[in-house]
Design a protein around this ligand. Sequence first.
Ligand code: LIP
Length: 269
Amino acid sequence: MQNELSEALEVALSIAREAGEVIREAFLRPKDVIHKGAVDLVTETDKAVEKLVISRLQERFPTHLFLGEETTEKEVITNEPTWCIDPIDGTTNFVHRYPFSAVCIALCIDKTPVVGVVHNPILGETFYAAKGQGAFLNGKPLSVSPTTELSQAVVATNIGYDRTEKGIDFTLGNLRALLLRSVRAVRLCGSAALGVCDVAVGRVDAYYEWGVRSWDIAAAVCIAREAGAVAMDPSLQELDLTSRRVLVCCSTKLGESMSRVLCHKHPTL
Ligand code: LIP
């Protein structure tokens, strides 16, 4: 099984780098922006990259299933080998030339990410991992920070696309709760995948978000776990990639503190 995961990782890395060139070349060009929602954007580059990634993967893994942000009708992950693909995580960043966007490719087996690649071609950062084989950034091994206390933690999240009053109140309520507990800082980069990878690198100590999709986080969760992070539901239950919520922490103790502080009752999710 380890050899199969190594092969799948090498294939995913090669495809991510090819897709990254498409993203990098389009980054500074004018973009045709399409609205999936009031502030939920997609571009022709998102669609072209997803088509490229899926076609390359299908050539190598014709029996596998595929879940892509721009082509999936219903977000369901079965126990079968399934590739979860976000062609550009951080699409708004891509449109506005804010350099935090990444192509994300994950292989899930039994609903668990076992291979993950998060490639930011703008900054030249490639995060990757296979289950049981460690996590890496540009070839260097990754390990999480040793932080256990909220008062010593830098916490990351993102605002997402919810612009309803109740959704905004929920989002701001959690930020307020953390600040009242004197977390050192809060960071929002506009990409869930890169935010979770920042936990893997040890740049931040925790990442949480309500509203994420499986394709946003599957690859980064594999990478973070291989770097020593705990990735779970904010309730501390097992993570369901399709639940629309995630909590990734550098230590179990910090995760328990985060879970106690955060409100879990999102108005719609
Ligand atoms: C984005 C996530 C981000 C979240 C946004 C959006 P996209 O993914 O990475 O964390 O806050 O709502 O889901 O849409 O750029 O692929």
